[in-house]
Design a binder for this molecule. Structure first.
Ligand SMILES: Cc1cc2nc3c(=O)[nH]c(=O)nc-3n(C[C@H](O)[C@H](O)[C@H](O)COP(=O)(O)OP(=O)(O)OC[C@H]3O[C@@H](n4cnc5c(N)ncnc54)[C@H](O)[C@@H]3O)c2cc1C
Length: 461
């Protein structure tokens, strides 16, 4: 790191409780790796924080020497913003404390927690808040971009359940943000990504959930995709908030409940979770089985924490990934046709198109209430290209881009910032949508020099 003298690094280490890694250190290569193997960057210095004071020290170092800063929570961001070349990577993944007040139904969560870390402690009290569907994702990045998962139709976006946050802003000072303290900053944190500082603690509202929930998969053959998807679009428009049904179309993994001759062939999967009484849920999901001739199903009452981990094996770290995403208020016939056309030519066995169904409680919040404004997004589509070798990059990326363009006329506008890739800087204002201008004003106030710019960046101009 050219900008720092050896003595300055030594001085930083002397005031830092966590670990400081330089490129020659044994752990350096392991720690700089993130979920998306397409991103291979080499920070000049990695500061592995273990306390809010460490975060303060790291921000002050970056500020003093004008270092490029990247912030790592769970390391899942598809654009790879957790890691930078040459600059300072502030790694929060060692800060993993979760404290739950069962009576108040509140949790305080440190920024290195994965969804699994948080769910495990909250579920010990029979509680949870809406998070994503892959348990190795970081709570921090997911929350700051909006956050949605199986519980969102019932309890809203993750940010709708954020009560307060402790944050170190670009001036290197810790502040508290809530509806009653630094309320403008709190407004921006709920959807504005990592633009305003480094959150050292999140406080969430919790809700009674499970601990067992009715959940699982129903699988149909691809030649019935048109009928299944059309019925899925209609069914999901009116389903109760307790129920979430998502759609994935991909090549069948070797799941034991599917006939062997289907493995590796295109399928349509309905994935569901009912966040209420399982007996009621069974009645509500029965019509889904009649959407076509099922190839198999794997539905049952299981711990919520197990369902939260169900997709982990398909989404493990280390593969190459490229995503494109649209929001939809409705799934029109045109959107269904586009999905089927591109799912028929998946360029690798791990590629998929999925539709996450939100709406319900997520749609009952005013668009201007906080930075996350896409309250008309009832469906979030992600074309998830995923493959193993660099030789396949061009083919897989081209497929995702073509499908994205083909489905664009049916989208409703806006995009989920947590699904934007690194080549989508031209979509950032569009993705933030109605609240973008106010976010720019906030950025000017809290980070006028754009210290925090390795993110879906809101420029202070
Ligand atoms: C397999 C997979 C499944 C996913 N499923 C869902 C899903 O179901 N629902 C959903 O909503 N999203 C989902 N996502 C998207 C996810 O929300 C984003 O990738 C998110 O950025 C991950 O956060 P992270 O902390 O793991 O990432 P990181 O890469 O560590 O962080 C991402 C960015 O967030 C900011 N950031 C992180 N921590 C802090 C902090 N403490 N303070 C300030 N800024 C910070 C930084 O700008 C950082 O670059 C999924 C992602 C993956 C890879």
């Amino acid at each position: 790191m050219d900008r720092l003298q050896k003595t300055e690094i030594e001085d930083f280490k002397a005031h830092f409780q966590g670990e400081v890694l330089l490129p020659d250190d044994a752990a350096y290569d392991e720690v700089r790796q993130i979920w998306n193997a397409m991103v291979d960057r080499r920070p000049g210095l990695i500061a592995r924080c273990v306390s809010p004071e460490d975060v303060v020290q790291a921000v002050r170092l970056a500020r003093k020497h004008n270092l490029l800063v990247s912030i790592r929570g769970g390391g899942h961001n598809i654009a790879g913003n957790a890691v930078c070349d040459d600059g300072l990577m502030i790694d929060l993944s060692l800060m993993k404390k979760v404290q739950v007040d069962g009576n108040a139904r509140r949790a305080s969560v440190e920024p290195g927690c994965t969804l699994a870390d948080f769910d495990a402690v909250a579920q010990a009290h029979g509680l949870a808040t809406p998070l994503g569907i892959n348990s190795t994702t970081g709570v921090a990045g997911l929350t700051l971009g909006g956050g949605f998962g199986w519980l969102s139709r019932k309890h809203g976006m993750t940010v709708d359940n954020l009560l307060s946050a402790d944050i170190v802003t670009a001036d290197g000072n810790p502040v508290h943000a809530s509806e009653t303290e630094n309320d403008d900053l709190f407004w921006g944190l709920r959807g504005g990504g990592g633009n305003f500082g480094i959150v050292t603690s999140f406080e969430f509202q919790l809700h009674p959930v499970g601990p067992d929930v009715l959940s699982g998969l129903i699988v149909f053959p691809f030649d019935q995709a048109k009928s299944v998807l059309t019925q899925f679009a209609r069914f999901t428009e009116t389903m109760l908030d307790d129920l979430a049904v998502w759609m994935v179309t991909r090549k069948a993994p070797p799941l034991p409940f599917l006939p062997e001759d289907v493995h590796g062939k295109e399928i349509v999967v309905l994935a569901l979770c009912y966040a209420g009484d399982p007996v009621e849920g069974e009645k509500l999901i029965e019509p889904l089985r009649g959407f076509g001739t099922m190839l198999g199903e794997h539905i049952g009452v299981q711990p919520y924490t197990a369902w939260q981990q169900a997709f982990d094996p398909l989404l493990a770290r280390g593969a190459r990934n490229y995503w494109k995403s649209h929001n939809f208020s409705q799934l029109s016939a045109g959107a269904v046709d586009a999905i089927i056309e591109y799912a028929a030519r998946l360029p690798s066995p791990q590629c998929e198109i999925f539709i996450g169904t939100i709406g319900g409680q997520t749609a009952r919040v005013a668009p201007e209430a906080m930075a996350y404004s896409a309250r008309d997004a009832n469906y979030v589509m992600n074309v998830h290209a995923r493959w193993e070798s660099a030789a396949e990059d061009e083919r897989c990326i081209a497929w995702a881009r073509e499908f994205f363009a083909k489905s664009q006329p049916f989208a409703s506008g806006g995009a989920y910032i947590n699904f934007l890739t690194q080549d989508e800087t031209d979509r950032i204002a569009f993705a933030y949508g109605a609240t973008y201008d106010r976010l720019v004003e906030l950025k000017k106030k809290y980070d006028p020099t754009n210290l925090f710019r390795m993110n879906q960046n809101i420029k202070p101009v």
